[in-house]
Design a protein around this ligand. Structure first.
Ligand code: URA
Length: 212
């Protein structure tokens, strides 16, 4: 498994504003979107492209275009939805699949309640959007499902990660027949007794959409 912690002043600036408890939901949504676009730029270094011949106003030349089959972006509901626009700005022709996962706040175990993904993901590059890599339970369950459907190149984009979550991912995906990458804006200190990332930013879903 590969982990990329993006070291960039704009990423750090936007993340700091996102963390502030006084940041309103409206501003939080905007910042999350901008931050994801920056992370997506780094996360798509390995995007598959194919050669194409084009005509400029001056001459014929060679370029590239996104290869087929197109990549698929999978936001994990609910909080991953807040990352979708930022990702699609960069890859407007990607497909989007949805995965609904909920974490039991006592056992911290993740269960799937919605699955709108293709049954066959062979040859598809998959970008999973989940803002908080905390225990790793949700992301491990989500990526396991993607690998079961044939995906072999999965990149998870997370606003924040905890060392415990990354260790869990390493344990699950090291030595597997797949390239799994985590791209994040910061690696925080730890999880607290409730499974929240410290210092973190609180509950990402609540901060994006309010407490339900
Ligand atoms: N999920 C969140 O939204 N925040 C955390 O800190 C951990 C999990």
């Amino acid at each position: 498994m590969r982990t990329l912690v993006i070291d960039h002043p704009l990423v750090a600036h936007k993340l700091t504003r996102l963390r502030r408890e006084e940041t309103s939901s409206a501003t939080f949504r905007l910042l999350a979107e901008e931050l994801v676009t920056l992370l997506a730029y780094e996360a798509t270094h390995g995007l598959r492209v194919q050669p194409v011949t084009i005509q400029t106003p001056v001459a014929e030349t060679q370029g590239v275009e996104m290869a087929d089959p197109r990549p698929i972006v999978v936001p994990i509901l609910r909080a991953g939805l807040g990352m979708l626009n930022g990702m699609m700005k960069l890859m407007p022709t990607a497909e989007v699949g949805f995965l609904g996962m909920v974490r039991d706040e006592t056992s911290l175990l993740a269960t799937t309640y919605a699955d709108r993904l293709p049954h066959d993901l062979h040859d598809r590059q998959v970008f999973v959007l989940d803002p908080m890599l905390a225990t790793g339970g949700t992301l491990v369950a989500a990526i396991d499902l993607l690998l079961t459907r044939g995906a072999r190149d999965v990149t998870a984009i997370c606003l924040l990660a905890a060392p415990e979550g990354l260790a869990h991912m390493e344990e699950e995906f090291a030595g597997r027949d797949a390239v799994v990458t985590v791209v994040t804006a910061a690696l925080d200190e730890r999880l607290n007794e409730k499974g929240y990332i410290v210092p973190g930013l609180g509950d990402a879903g609540d901060r994006l959409y309010g407490v339900v």
